[in-house]
Design a protein around this ligand. Structure first.
Ligand code: SAH
Length: 557
């Protein structure tokens, strides 16, 4: 559950080419383009100028720029120098609410490792979008209690776009161990084990897909930050052609079939595009739900429906039966995230072997931006990827995020600022953008990419965490806090970590875990879903299919 609390920053109110992190945070400042129009952020100005040359942008390209452009992207620039995660920061995410969350995710990895025969070498952990590193830290602390797994770990890979968050993760996970640059990013060593490498990279495709390795991959609140394309089903245009023609032989009445070109008789998908709102406009933008519309000026950018088909609208909605089934529902809106699909396919291939599809035209297009504010290096290759032969699938991926469990997300693009939903089309780079995750699309992509995997879930977070024993673990933490108070010398607990008094500690543990499994509208138990990609093991005759813990299965010892 995301929320942001922007601190009021002193404004510098001047034009420049390379904005400083402080200047990017000044919400009152304006940036003027050559046309004389003023923009709320330097990124708004850059985007508007680029659009005036190249035409309106697909939503995915706009999102990519807003989130990870190195000239003012939300993650890559404006967070510099301050902590946006945790209770006192801008975001509240589950690992920041309670240490129990990361511990149970760590236990899930332990349970999968045991169920898959306790590999003694070649195991690695990977987290995509690790935020402050809290989840990975809680996982590693838990895994330390299982020495056979801990000693099989070769490396921890962290896929992170933000340099400032990489620094925070390094501090938390490695303490004062030095960090050095390597070919795929950066490297240091875990504070828990001198020989455990921690490796940062900006894209999962930089990490070799070695069939001899066993990857355990975690994605918490990562997929909702990946760009989406939005398409609307548009009915055929009304006939404007004449109903009669006059020829040298007289007047002829045309029947409808003859009057309309064949292609326009069925609905077609049209992409929603982003462009600057015309100056002096006072209309509400297509992208702004009523609840987010204020009486103030309209957002700086607006969504319009493309007048004609684009390569994306001709290609992406044809890639799954799920989209095709909606094509003839007039005005249906669907969201598709090819970048999310590429990540799901990558995870599946790492676990089960196979060939991850080449990035779609869309992925390449949104990565190599149409603006001059280039994003981080993107390893989009034009050559066909090598298939990964993995005779014995191994490893697992756990995806935790928000989105509908089975339907295609629609109208879910939102901006988040100061704990409130705001227009995603204002103050680019200062507003966090996210969209619902299409779990079924991730499942479908994973299964299509690798014959060696199966998918479990999604299940509600409440169900998953309850099955993992959240109540019992929280009770254990409360007991430890009480025992410590009685003078027992026990392992370092959250209470020590945050120097709170006992009552506060107990209250925080209790409210924290309950919020994670609360199925009400304010809780995270129903809103968040959990899905697992694991090796496909056909059940032996007379046996049932193995189910992972948290998805209906028991711990296999
Ligand atoms: N998992 C963390 C943080 C979630 S916020 C938690 O639950 O607290 C999203 C994270 O993904 C941030 O670390 C952000 O910097 C990272 N991120 C966003 N887009 C990314 C991209 N395209 N590539 C790599 N990392 C990205």
């Amino acid at each position: 559950m995301r929320s942001r609390l922007l601190r009021t920053a002193r404004c510098l109110g001047r034009d420049y080419t390379k904005p400083s992190a402080q200047a990017l945070r000044c919400s009152g400042a304006r940036w003027q383009s050559t046309s004389g129009r003023e923009w709320s952020t330097p990124l708004a100005k850059t985007l508007a100028e680029a659009i005036s040359v190249t035409g309106p942008l697909p939503v995915a390209a706009y999102m990519r720029q807003c989130l990870t452009s190195d000239l003012g992207g939300y993650y890559t620039s404006h967070n510099e120098g301050r902590d946006v995660f945790g209770q006192k920061g801008d975001f509240i995410t589950s690992p920041e609410i309670s240490q129990v969350f990361g511990e149970l995710v760590g236990l899930w990895v332990v349970a999968e490792w045991m169920a898959q025969g306790r590999k003694s070498e070649g195991v690695y952990l990977m987290e995509v979008g690790p935020g402050r590193g809290t989840l990975m830290d809680d996982m590693l602390r838990t895994i330390r209690n299982f020495p056979a797994l801990a000693s099989s770990l070769e490396a921890v890979y962290l896929v992170e776009a933000s340099p400032s968050l990489r620094e925070a993760q390094h501090k938390l996970l490695c303490g004062d161990k030095p960090i050095e640059e390597i070919d795929i990013g950066h490297q240091s060593y875990s504070k828990y084990a001198d020989n455990l490498k921690v490796i940062w990279t900006e894209d999962v495709r930089f990490v070799a897909r070695d069939p001899a390795k066993t990857p355990f991959i975690i994605a918490h609140e990562f997929f909702d930050a990946l760009p989406i394309h939005i398409f609307q089903s548009v009915p055929p245009s009304q006939p404007s052609a004449p109903s009669e023609i006059t020829t040298p032989t007289g007047k002829h009445t045309l029947n409808e079939t003859a009057r309309l070109p064949r292609a326009s008789q069925t609905n077609s998908w049209r992409e929603l595009l982003v462009s600057p709102t015309p100056p002096y406009s006072n209309h509400a933008s297509l992208g702004t739900p009523k609840s987010q519309q204020s009486s103030g000026p309209p957002p700086e950018f607006e969504l319009t429906v493309a007048k004609a088909s684009t390569p994306h609208s001709l290609y992406l909605p044809e890639t799954s039966q799920r989209y095709k089934a909606l094509k003839n529902s007039d005005h249906a809106v669907i969201e598709i995230s090819p970048e999310s699909q590429a990540y799901a396919a990558d995870f599946a291939v790492r676990i089960g072997g196979g060939t991850a599809p080449t990035p779609t035209p869309s992925l390449a297009a949104t990565s190599s931006s149409t603006t001059t504010t280039t994003t981080q290096a993107r390893p989009v290759s034009s050559s066909k990827p090598e298939p990964v032969h993995k005779p014995t699938p191994s490893g697992a991926a756990l995806i935790l995020d928000y989105g509908p469990p089975s339907t295609i997300p629609t109208n879910s693009l939102r901006g988040i600022k100061q704990h409130r939903m705001v227009s995603p089309l204002s103050e680019p780079g200062l507003v966090d953008l996210s969209a619902d995750v299409d779990f079924m699309s991730l499942a479908e992509t994973a299964i299509n990419a690798s014959e060696g995997v199966e998918v479990h879930g999604p299940v509600e977070q409440a169900l998953f965490l309850n099955a993992m024993g959240i109540k019992e673990r929280a009770a254990q933490l409360v007991k430890r806090a009480l025992d410590r108070e009685r003078g027992a010398s026990l392992e370092k607990s959250e209470g020590e970590r945050r120097k709170e008094d006992l009552t506060e500690t107990v209250k925080r543990i209790e409210t924290g875990w309950k919020r994670l499994v609360d199925r009400g509208p304010q809780g995270m138990g129903k809103l968040y879903q959990v899905m697992a990609i694991v090796p496909h093991v056909p059940p032996k005759e007379g046996e049932k299919r193995r189910r992972p813990v948290g998805f209906g299965g028991d711990i296999v010892v």
